[in-house]
Design a protein. Structure first.
Length: 414
């Protein structure tokens, strides 16, 4: 009954939210951004409780980093809402139009998906991103975060509810599942009567659980076994800077690099310096025989390492013969998220871009840029690694669908 109640409330709110003007939606977003800043001190206090409880339960440091809020991160959340308000509203946009020989006018326009449910783990900023994107795209949203961040998520959602109510709108346009049990999560996965789309965002285990058990249509996001290939023509200084950023800036996120592929002809030139930099950043290195030859403190990599999304200060390094081997390796072990080549060879760069099957492919840049905010979307609901109906960082347009609007003056089919 609990999930059913949330679903009924979301359906009721959806009717109103779908019809809101752009100016009203933007007003709510801007007021919500202000409310986050005004309530910053209280949010941080509540978040500190969640962080303390998580540390006491023994979770790893990268997880704690995702869970922890700071004044800057709350400001970033608020700025994300402001940026969403500044973006074009996709709802109502006509994407196609044609007049048939019989006089029928056929048009296609963008409309909201309806009710979106999101199951995610420890990052409280997802709460703000999801609310902002769903509101601007005319959708109601039901959020189910992990138990580690439940107090923080509830506090943030209550702020948004208050803003909606103060604007005369249905506060159930955003709801949070306060019961974090697996049983309730399973109920949410089966609530196809009320939920139009379910988006899992988090670890491979979470995503696979949702995909395998949900009767609600799902958009698969987030699993990021990301690679960087250092070609033999690479600028070594650039390569090391890019790799350190991609691995250590925030190792617990899905666009952090997990496996490095090093061309055998450049191994002796880059591995000693790269190994030293990674070790100085407290990164554990797991490598093949050549890697262990040049980096004494590296451990032996297993077959499992090539397929692992660590979300931690761990990286696997493999030396390769050529670009053919790189393409085969990424095709076998990659998760179609983000892949990068460091090279000064134009032909190799173009081949990498054309033949690697991933949502985002890079030349001479960190994989950490695969992000809705970095791409100019204001925020993201997740990074889709599938091909239907969205791929890559999912912004406003990806949270809409289309319908055909047909105008006639008495036509009948013969």
């Amino acid at each position: 009954m609990y999930i059913e109640t949330l679903g009924i409330q979301a359906k009721e709110a959806e009717v109103q939210i779908a019809q809101l003007s752009t100016s009203v939606k933007n007003e709510v977003l801007l007021k919500s951004a202000e409310a986050l800043i005004e309530n910053c001190e209280n949010i941080l206090k509540i978040n500190e409780e969640d962080v303390t409880n998580a540390k006491n339960s023994g979770v790893k440091d990268a997880f704690i980093d995702r869970l922890t809020l700071t004044e800057k991160r709350i400001k970033d959340m608020a700025d994300g809402l402001k940026q969403i308000a500044s973006l074009n509203d996709p709802v109502g946009e006509f994407t196609y139009g044609k007049t048939l020989a019989n006089g029928l006018i056929i048009q296609q326009k963008r409309v909201p998906l309806g009710v979106i449910a999101i199951i995610f783990e420890s990052r409280p900023n997802v709460t703000a991103d999801a609310f902002g994107l769903c509101l601007k795209s005319g959708n109601a949203v039901i959020l189910r975060g992990g138990k580690e961040a439940i107090k923080t998520n509830i506090a943030i959602v209550n702020i948004f509810k208050s803003v909606l109510k103060s604007c005369g709108l249905n506060e159930n346009a955003v709801q949070i599942v306060e019961n974090t049990s697996h049983e309730i999560a399973n109920e949410l996965m089966k609530a196809h009567k009320y939920i139009d789309v379910l988006i899992p965002r988090g670890s491979a285990r979470l995503i696979n659980t949702v995909i395998n058990n949900s009767t609600v249509p799902c958009i698969q996001t987030g699993v990021g076994n990301c690679h960087i290939f250092v070609d033999e023509s690479a600028n070594i200084e650039n390569a090391i800077n890019i790799i350190i950023n991609a691995k250590t800036q925030r190792p617990g996120v899905c666009n952090a690099v997990e496996t490095l592929l090093i061309h055998k002809n450049i191994a002796s030139k880059i591995l000693p310096s790269l190994g030293e930099e990674l070790i100085n950043q407290n990164v554990e290195i797991r490598g093949d025989e050549t890697v262990r030859k040049y980096i004494e403190k590296s451990l032996e990599a297993s077959e499992e390492d090539w397929a692992t999304e660590y979300e931690d200060y761990i990286v696997a390094i493999k030396t390769v013969e050529d670009l053919d081997e790189v393409i085969k390796h990424i095709g076998k072990y990659g998760t179609k998220h983000s892949e990068s080549i460091i090279t000064e060879n134009y032909s190799n760069a173009q081949r990498f871009l054309n033949e690697i099957d991933a949502a985002a492919v890079y030349v001479n840049a960190s994989t950490r840029f695969t992000d809705g905010g970095q791409f100019g979307f204001g925020a993201e609901i997740g990074i889709s690694t599938q091909k239907l109906h969205a791929r890559g960082p999912m912004g406003l347009k990806e949270l809409t669908t289309t319908k055909y609007v047909i105008m006639g003056n008495g036509q009948v089919r013969k």
